[in-house]
Design a protein around this ligand. Structure first.
Ligand SMILES: Nc1ncnc2c1ncn2[C@@H]1O[C@H](COP(=O)(O)OP(=O)(O)OP(=O)(O)O)[C@@H](O)[C@H]1O
Ligand SMILES: [Mg+2]
Length: 364
């Protein structure tokens, strides 16, 4: 309960941001793990740091938690500069990738650990533990040891422990990566619900785009230590601002080419798409749903393409097409066995009203 925590004297009105990073960098010798990252987490939102392995997600999260000190830049929480404060002064709760429960303590003792350090009286502690166990729907497990729990249960207890002190900020570093695919999906929904129930500001790290798209209020896409784009899941998927973001989120085909003075895009393999884009070297981002199997010039630009591969996924079949040397991926629903076969020539329409054409990536 926040009221039980000593009020920090230097808490100022922090506007909308509970956590704010300003031009934060972290260097390990030669490696620039995080490069001038600026971002803010709004009150009550779930913000996700998403990016490939090694892009600096964990380092960024640990700088918020206070386990890693930035080489430069500032970290503030609730308006107070926390850059050089130890973790226990930051009002954050953290859930790690591997469960990190204390193996020699029961579930109840694990959850009460931080409260005990704060010298909470026993009855208050017990009430909070009970409340937290109810929150994660495991009230019957209070007296078990971590080794007697399933992976999913351990992660729920780790969440209960992180929330027991009612931190201003909940930090999670790939908390579901040790769980199987089905359980991951269920845990996502549960976490989302728990976070909504207690309305805690949350910073979540994942390299799983589906996890980020389904759970987040906003996503920060990171690439090689820097922020590539910040936006809602819809912004990131539908309006990627760089080819890196387009490639990282969802299936897509990226065609390199040039937008001419007439606004039309011509790919390096001479595929021409008419539109009204800004002139210059560009990349066309074509999602599977932008291509239909029919010639319909009202819907966009019609072509004939050759099928290279057809993969049946149950609900849909993914087709890899060759269009004058450009490779395009599309998806369509066929019953098993009725999909086009490699070598078939098919009519397609690319919905040029919906595809994105973005300036070419100049970064290496
Ligand atoms: N203590 C350290 N000493 C030296 N280099 C480090 C240290 N911690 C991280 N790095 C380097 O910093 C970069 C970012 O690491 P970080 O752990 O933040 O990546 P990540 O995005 O969390 O990756 P993953 O998805 O694999 O967990 C990597 O190149 C990593 O090797
Ligand atoms: Mg990591």
């Amino acid at each position: 309960m926040l009221a039980l925590l000593p009020e920090c004297e230097n808490v100022r009105e922090a506007g909308d941001f509970v956590v704010e990073l300003k031009s934060v960098s972290k260097r390990y010798g030669e490696v620039l793990a995080v490069a001038k990252v600026s971002l803010g987490v709004r009150r009550g939102e779930l913000l996700c740091l998403l990016g490939p392995s090694g892009c600096g997600k964990t380092t960024t999260l640990r700088m918020v938690a206070g386990f890693v000190e930035p080489t430069s830049g500032t970290v503030s929480i609730n308006g107070a500069d926390m850059t050089h404060q130890p973790p226990y002064r930051r009002d954050t709760g953290m859930v790690f990738q591997s469960y990190a429960l204390f193996p020699h303590m029961t579930v109840a003792e694990n959850i009460a650990f931080g409260l005990e350090n704060l010298k909470w009286p026993r009855d208050k502690r017990e009430a909070r533990v009970e409340e937290m166990l109810k929150l994660v729907e495991l009230p019957h497990l209070a007296h078990r040891f971590p080794s007697q729990l399933s992976g999913g249960q351990q992660q729920r207890i780790a969440l209960a422990r992180a929330l027991a002190m009612r931190p201003a900020v909940l930090l999670l570093d790939e908390p579901f990566s040790n769980l199987d695919a089905l359980l991951r999906v269920r845990m996502r929904e549960e976490l989302r619900e728990v976070v909504r129930t207690v309305n805690v500001t949350t910073l979540f790290v994942t390299h799983d785009q589906e996890e980020a798209l389904t759970m987040s209020d906003r996503i920060v896409v990171m690439n090689a230590g820097h922020v590539e784009q910040v936006g809602t899941p819809g912004d990131i998927y539908e309006a990627p601002s760089t080819p890196f973001v387009a490639r990282f989120i969802g299936w897509c085909s990226l065609l390199k080419g040039m937008v001419g003075p007439d606004g039309a895009f011509t790919s390096s393999a001479e595929l021409r798409l008419t539109g009204n884009w800004s002139a210059g070297p560009s990349t066309a981002v074509i999602r599977p749903e932008h291509i239909k199997l029919s010639a319909d010039s009202a819907a966009g630009s019609s072509h004939q393409a050759r099928v290279l591969h057809a993969h049946y996924y149950g609900g849909a079949t993914r087709l890899l097409l060759d269009l004058n040397g450009e490779h395009l991926t599309m998806q369509e629903r066929f019953s098993f066995g009725s999909q086009p076969k490699p070598g078939d020539v098919v009519d397609i329409t690319i919905n040029t009203h919906e595809i994105r054409v973005i300036p070419a990536d100049e970064r290496p």
